[in-house]
Ligand binder design. Structure first.
Ligand SMILES: Cc1cc2nc3c(=O)[nH]c(=O)nc-3n(C[C@H](O)[C@H](O)[C@H](O)COP(=O)(O)OP(=O)(O)OC[C@H]3O[C@@H](n4cnc5c(N)ncnc54)[C@H](O)[C@@H]3O)c2cc1C
Length: 441
């Protein structure tokens, strides 16, 4: 490791992108500076969305250059993560433990946090309009608004239907509604989950969800049935999930893929019924619909989405392809083969923060690499993983050949137990990195 004085700016920026704040700071021998006054400012960056992508970007911008004026726009004073909401449904986690605040960003890093919704963007005038009409000026804008639901894209599934057949794909009231319905389900009831086509937030999420619903039912409603109707024939960590379901829950979970008439084309939320492509009607006691999605609406307002509803980006920096001073990260982007995960959003934020600092200094961005590790918990002592590293190759994002993989199929129970523990450790680590939340003992 180089001495504090000899580390170059290039090395320092690379360090924080790859290893995070502590490595970056300890290598620099630096302490974090207090917020910069306007006259010392080297640029104004406004970040919309204080989730995995946005909160991380705000922090790492300030670490890269404390003289940047960084403003985070996020309506919620407490953000609840989607990761581990499935564990809450399964009875393994308290909902409160999934909430995170913005004190560290404000007090330690000097980010200005405004708890409002961004209502509109003027890309040419470099202005963001908030819901109360206030305008915020920026030199560079980062959007990390996550997803919105494409209401009506699945026939019968609108906002009203979601009050009877929750999606619970954004953490909060929808999660509580689904939990209440699960608890009120008859002992021998049928829980149906409808899974969408790609792309959508958290590819393994539906499969972890039915695992955790089964974990709840095993204890409280052992005669229940869980039916997963899927618009796909293949899904993330498929072999591992199937094996885990059999080992932990016997025949409780039935998965029906696209080729076996698993694609749902119509929802009747009043009757808790769904109709598949070939006309089969399934009746549920609890109906959980994961609907088609798109980028959060503010991306549309900024004019950075395309006809897919997602945001095309320049792969090296995640600069929008449509506006050179707007960057977009997280679930809102088209960044395949990267999945729409919190881990990836956090990584993208670091690479993009670095790119924006270079951009404002008139320097070229350094090449980035991004990683993803996604844990899924099938049962309390039973975890599985997929991991990948991504790079830009010939102008396109791709998985680094040979870089990733999934947990092995043939292992003894200790291995699965360890992976369930790593999942909890991962959550604690990313929550600390993103919002400064102290790990719970
Ligand atoms: C059930 C489930 C389980 C999951 N499990 C995992 C997991 O184990 N590991 C993992 O890595 N990922 C997991 N994910 C995926 C993860 O939740 C997302 O990929 C991640 O939240 C994306 O981060 P983001 O910053 O793009 O969006 P978000 O985290 O959704 O943050 C967006 C923020 O923007 C704010 N916002 C939106 N619009 C505006 C606006 N106009 N103005 C101001 N603020 C706005 C919102 O309030 C929100 O706080 C899971 C998802 C689900 C649904």
């Amino acid at each position: 490791m180089k001495s504090p004085k000899s580390i170059s700016r290039r090395d320092a920026l690379k360090l924080f992108s790859t290893f995070g704040a502590s490595a970056f700071l300890s290598a620099c021998g630096a302490s974090i500076a207090s917020p910069a006054g306007r006259k010392n400012s080297v640029g104004r960056v406004v970040v919309v969305g204080g989730g995995f992508g946005g909160a991380t970007a705000a922090k790492y911008l300030k670490i890269a250059d404390p003289k940047l004026e960084v403003t985070l726009i996020e309506p919620q004073k407490r953000y609840y993560t989607c990761p581990f909401t499935n564990l809450y449904l399964g009875g393994l986690r308290e909902f409160n433990s999934l909430g995170h605040g913005y004190d560290e960003l404000r007090d330690k890093y000097g980010v200005t946090v405004i708890h409002q919704k961004a209502a509109d963007v003027d890309p040419e005038g470099h202005r963001l309009k908030l819901e109360d009409g206030t305008e915020v000026k920026w030199d560079r804008l980062i959007l990390s608004p996550g997803i919105d639901i494409r209401w009506g894209a699945l026939e019968g599934y609108d906002r009203e239907a979601a009050q009877k057949a929750p999606h619970a794909w954004q953490a909060g009231p929808q999660t509580h509604l689904l939990k209440e319905q699960l608890e009120a389900m008859p002992e021998n009831g049928t829980f149906i989950l409808v899974a969408p086509e790609n792309p959508y937030r958290c590819p393994p999420g539906p499969y972890e969800r039915v695992s955790m619903v089964a974990n709840y039912c095993r204890e409280h409603k052992p005669k229940a049935k869980i039916l997963l109707l899927d618009a796909k024939d293949n899904f993330s960590k498929q072999g591992l999930f199937m094996q885990g379901w059999k080992e932990n829950y016997g025949d409780m979970i039935e998965w029906v893929g696209l080729s076996n008439d698993g694609k749902v084309i119509r929802v009747d939320a009043d009757k808790l019924e769904v109709e598949t492509e070939f006309g089969t009607i399934h009746k549920a006691d609890v109906l959980n619909v994961v609907p088609p999605q798109k980028a959060g609406f503010i991306a549309d307002r900024a004019g950075v989405t395309d006809e897919s509803g997602w945001v095309p980006i320049e792969p090296e920096t995640f600069r929008s392809q449509k506006h050179e001073h707007i960057y977009v990260i997280g679930d809102a982007t088209q960044a395949a083969p990267m999945p729409k995960s919190g881990f990836v959003a956090n990584n993208q934020a670091k690479v993009t923060a670095r790119a924006i600092v270079a951009d404002l200094r008139g320097e070229d961005p350094m090449p980035g690499t991004w990683a993803n590790t996604c844990y899924s918990v099938i049962a309390p002592d039973y975890g599985i993983t997929v991991a990948n590293v991504f790079e830009v190759h010939d102008g396109e994002l791709r998985e680094v050949p040979g870089s990733g993989g999934v947990s092995p199929l043939e292992v003894d129970p200790t291995f699965r137990r360890q992976e369930a523990r790593y999942a909890a450790a991962w959550y604690a680590g990313i929550a600390q990195d993103t919002w400064g939340t102290k790990p719970q003992s």
